[in-house]
Structure formats: C-alpha cells, structure tokens
Write a protein that binds this ligand. Structure first.
Ligand code: 5GP
Ligand code: ZN
Length: 139
C-alpha cells in the first residue's frame, strides 16, 4: 500500500534490520528499541490491524510468533518477553500495518513498564460482559 512505512520495508524501499523472513511474514528490529532486541513481526500483505485481519492471514502471521519469541529470548539471553499488539489509535497504534511487538525482558523493574489497572472483581459485571461478547462471536 502506498504511503505505508511497513509496506515500504517489505518492498525494500526503506531499509530495516531484518531478523526473519519467509513468503508471508517479516520480522525486523523496531527502530526505537524499547528494550534491546525489540522486534516487530508483520504480515507482508498489507492489513490495517488484527481487527481487519482474515483468518488465513492470522494463521500464518501468528503461527510464526512462538519460534521468533524463543529465538529472540535465546539470542538475547533474556529472562522473559512481552508480546504486544496495538489496534487503532486509542490503543496506541501509530503505524497502520498490522504488527506484533516482541519485547525481550532482562530484569524486573527495568525501564519498560506495562501494567493492568487492578479492579476489585465484580462478578455480576463479568457475567454481563461475557454474555455481550459471546453474542458477537461467530463460531
Ligand atoms: P505501534 O505504536 O503502531 O504499535 O508501533 C509502531 C512501531 O513502529 C513503533 O514502535 C516505532 O518505533 C516503529 N517504527 C516506526 N517507523 C519505523 C521504521 O521506519 N522502521 C522501523 N524499524 N520501525 C519503525
Ligand atoms: Zn502496509
């Protein structure tokens, strides 16, 4: 897609530090390196994000993640790894070509921070939310 920075990386019009490539998927280092080895995994085919991804693309795309995560952890001698995927601006997406962040982690309390707000469990609310979502899931 024209004007998409990740499509330009796929086509080679913009250079990148590639760590893995096959017919459908590319992985390269994120330019900002939130932690050392911070890697982006993308489908080569342009798709905006997971909210617009078909199942076949998802199968190929997501299936590469475990082996890449293991390779990065081993190569970087990391203790753990976060997998982050942002969909739409409100969720922090800034590049609108689907991608997954793989973030190797080296020690607790390091500079990368990511926390869920912890609410007291509200079981009535949970039951309602689950029902609302179940109705939209097409099996
Ligand atoms: P998002 O915020 O959309 O989840 O993440 C987009 C990521 O793409 C950011 O972490 C940013 O550093 C990275 N990025 C943006 N432009 C480029 C680029 O030209 N090359 C590389 N390697 N990474 C980029
Ligand atoms: Zn693209």
């Amino acid at each position: 897609m024209e004007d998409c920075v990740f499509c330009k990386i796929v086509s080679g019009d913009i250079p990148s530090s590639k760590v893995y490539e096959d017919d459908d998927v590319l992985a390269f280092l994120d330019i900002t390196q939130a932690t050392d080895g911070h890697t982006l995994v993308i489908p080569k085919k342009h798709v905006r994000n997971v909210l617009e991804m078909d199942e076949k693309t998802a199968e190929t795309f997501f299936s590469r993640v475990p082996k890449l995560a293991r390779a990065i952890q081993k190569a970087m001698d990391a203790q753990g790894l976060n997998i982050i995927n942002n969909n739409e601006k409100v969720a922090g997406q800034t590049v609108f070509h689907a991608h997954i962040h793989l973030l190797p982690r080296y020690q607790e309390g390091d500079e990368f921070d990511f926390q869920f707000v912890q609410h007291e469990p509200d079981f009535v609310k949970l039951a309602k939310l689950a029902k609302t979502i179940q109705k939209e899931v097409v099996v």
